[in-house]
Ligand binder design. Structure first.
Ligand SMILES: [Zn+2]
Length: 85
């Protein structure tokens, strides 16, 4: 027989597990839209090699090196082909 504290902890664990699953499912469902928006931002940007408007990140630990704008666009296209199937 379990104690009230054990039952409360088990309920808490189930709630956290459910919340994580729901969060992951929402992210999975939204991913194609996010990938398409990112691909659009990259391909419509007027720069040639990547800039803060498309592929550079202020949080990049390596100072945004190396970057490959064409590679980013190709990777997103590949992911979107996978998302469509
Ligand atoms: Zn750019």
């Amino acid at each position: 027989m379990s104690t009230q504290a054990e039952r409360t902890e088990a309920t808490r664990g189930r709630l956290i597990s459910t919340a994580r699953r729901l969060f992951a499912e929402r992210g999975f469902a939204a991913a194609p839209d996010w990938l398409r928006a990112t691909a659009q931002a990259i391909t419509s940007c007027g720069c040639t090699a990547g800039c803060p408007s498309c592929i550079q990140s202020p949080k990049c630990g390596s100072g945004n090196h190396p970057l490959d704008k064409q590679g980013a666009a190709q990777l997103l296209a590949c992911l979107l082909r996978g998302a469509a199937s």
